[in-house]
Ligand binder design. Sequence first.
Ligand code: AMP
Length: 395
Amino acid sequence: MKTLNDFNFENKKAVIRVDFNVPLNDDFQVTDTTRIQSAKPTIIKVLEDGGSCVLMSHLGRPKGVQDEFSLRHIVDTVEDITGVEVKFVANCVGQEAEEAVANLEPGQILLLENLRFHEEEEKGDKSFAEQLSKLGDIYVNDAFGTAHRAHASTTVVAEFFPYNKCFGYLLAKEIESINKVMETGDKPVLAILGGAKVSSKITIIDNILDKIDHLIIGGGMTFTFIKAQGGKIGNSLVEDDKLNLALEILDKAKSKNVQVHLPVDVIIADAFSNDAHTNTVAVNEIPDGWMGLDVGPNTEAKFAQVVNESKTILWNGPLGVFEMENFAKGTIALGYAIAESTKNGAFSLVGGGDSVAAVKQFGFENKVSYVSTGGGAMLESLEGKTLPGIAAILE
Ligand code: AMP
């Protein structure tokens, strides 16, 4: 796997695909700089070698050229974070961009305008990719968030750098973390899958059953499993057309010697609201008119023990409706358990959508081994798919 460390960038221009798709407020100020911070080590390595950086990214989903999606809004923030003056060019291809690159000196940073101002980007257009390839000597992909897209700047452009292409530090770290869970992690390996529906996680479950020793199931998915086993789930979220599938998953897990841990008790509510009346009951004895919205205290303790005994932990999906304070306890307790286990030497990866939001919201971000920066890309990796952006560098 070629990374930045395989290259010396002295007097070289690195054209780097970053993910600067950051949120902006009404005054066009960046409200969350995480993605820019994450790209900093890659940028600094190139500059410290004596090279220069040509940064390319998308921002939002513009329809043609729309000023509100211009990357010039983030120039100041990139300057603040890198500590280097950032030049900006109002197009990502063509004469203007090529001239700006030609004038770039070692130690300098050039930010190109939004790639998605050209529809060829998302179409993966080859001649557009070829134009991008003229903007640097070495292609670096550091954008995990778009690695599952076969776009011009994430995948096709790599063809024009048969030898001079590599992963940036961020993307390399993402790949390493997924490999640690899926291939090289110390046993016992635990996957915790929560969230709303079985249907959206089924491909992941199928793929990871060969790689794990324990599977914790939580969140809304729980009730499809409990109903399939004959339990009473009241008005809880359920996918009635997935009951057989749930039983098949349990059988398959058994045949592969994977221990499945389901909740034993739940917090139930008489409405889908933070103000609803609540009670705690056995997971398979939920009265009609009530729905399970979080795991109960016995489940918290049971799950914590499994987490505690695991050496490699993957967490995807909350254990309850954590957006509502009264149903966030189970997810927070799980976060604590994972943080504790990590402190004791386990490797923990949190990835894919809402569990990342939960980890950030409840302050566990720095207490787990790695929090993935890519939602869809992470889910597709867990499903066992080869991401086109990654394959393009490896080829
Ligand atoms: P996902 O995107 O599939 O990971 O699902 C995340 C969503 O699942 C969050 O918005 C949670 O509020 C929701 N969720 C978790 N537990 C439950 C539950 N018991 N009932 C309904 N929704 C839930």
